[in-house]
Design a protein. Structure first.
Length: 113
């Protein structure tokens, strides 16, 4: 069994989750994809997949709640998505920094990858 550098594992896993905090352009999607393609560490790959799944879910929920905002119910839901999209990656970063041998799994997220 191959041994992976724990410091590199922490950094790459944290960067994959931290990309979700950058809310402009395609950075939240491209960073985890790049890490997924370039890393050989299975834990880092799993963290990148989880980050990618989370970001895709946030985009889907944002689009749905945007259309619901015309019925006024979507406005508080959009606010909730904004809070969740900021807080959950912070929990993920703390988790991968304290437990680098376990991938972080976002709760209530549909898993595409």
């Amino acid at each position: 069994m191959r041994s992976y550098d724990p410091d590199q594992r922490k950094i790459l896993s944290a960067v994959a989750h931290a990309a979700c905090l950058v809310s402009w352009a395609w950075v939240p999607l491209l960073v985890p994809i790049a890490i997924l393609l370039l890393s050989e560490d299975p834990i880092v790959k799993d963290n990148a997949k989880q980050s990618l799944n989370f970001q895709i879910n946030i985009i889907i929920y944002s689009v749905i709640f945007f259309f619901l905002s015309f019925l006024l119910i979507g406005i508080p839901l959009l606010f909730l998505v904004g809070i969740v999209s900021f807080v959950m990656p912070i929990f993920a970063i703390v988790s991968v920094a304290t437990k680098p041998d376990r991938p972080y799994r976002y709760p209530f997220v549909f898993r595409f990858f």
